[in-house]
Design a protein around this ligand. Structure first.
Ligand SMILES: [Zn+2]
Length: 211
């Protein structure tokens, strides 16, 4: 019977996407970063909410609309609770919602920097024939899958492609094109034990993926 090592890699992006906008104060198109603060405003029975961004050059504000003139009953209950409680951690997570940001900005800078933590779910890291890496990605992250695997396993991206072509590294539920795309929650990578010299990197350690 083959022995399988199950590990989980939790990938957390470090820098929220930044919209590039015309800054009215310092002039020119500048990157804006989330201040981590939101504003909720009542207008009769209608509510408005914004996430506040700051120009990285001059600190001028830009309000990213989260919703405008919306009846309280039409607003997602979780979002409303986050805003009413001024929950810093959850408000910060909104800054990573790039699809939401795209509704208000056309030019957006994304960052691949991420924090990676690994833990063993089952099996013996000292003796196994096959490893399954399950990716846990709770916030949208611009880090490419091939880059994550190459850095963490200590091999080149070309080597990752070769291992995949030789079926010693397998992806699920997605095909080879996923290598060039950002990591996604629920992806899994199966790896034969003799595929890399740095198998220790599979199951232990905390690392930061560089930009
Ligand atoms: Zn400015």
């Amino acid at each position: 019977m083959s022995s399988i090592l199950h590990v989980q890699w939790t990938v957390t992006p470090l820098i929220a996407p930044r919209p590039w906008l015309t800054c009215g104060r310092c002039g020119g198109i500048k990157p804006f970063q989330s201040s981590g603060k939101a504003r909720l405003n009542a207008n009769g029975k209608r509510l408005d909410a914004w996430l506040i961004y700051k120009c990285t050059d001059c600190d001028a504000s830009w309000n990213r609309p989260l919703f405008e003139r919306r009846n309280v009953r039409e607003i997602d209950a979780g979002l409303l609770q986050t805003l009413q409680a001024n929950d810093r951690q959850r408000i910060e997570a909104i800054a990573f919602d790039i699809e939401g940001l795209r509704r208000s900005a056309t030019r957006i800078e994304e960052f691949p920097e991420a924090h990676v933590t690994k833990r063993v779910l089952a099996g013996n890291p000292a003796a196994f024939e096959r490893a399954r890496i399950a990716l846990s990605v709770s916030l949208p992250c611009a880090l490419r899958l091939d880059r994550l695997l190459a850095v963490e396993l200590g091999v080149s991206r070309t080597r990752i492609q070769q291992l995949h072509a030789a079926e010693r590294l397998r992806l699920s539920p997605v095909g080879a094109r996923a290598f060039r795309r950002p990591v996604r929650d629920g992806m899994a990578v199966d790896l034969d034990a003799d595929s890399t010299d740095r198998l220790a990197g599979l199951s232990t350690g905390v690392s930061v993926q560089p930009g």
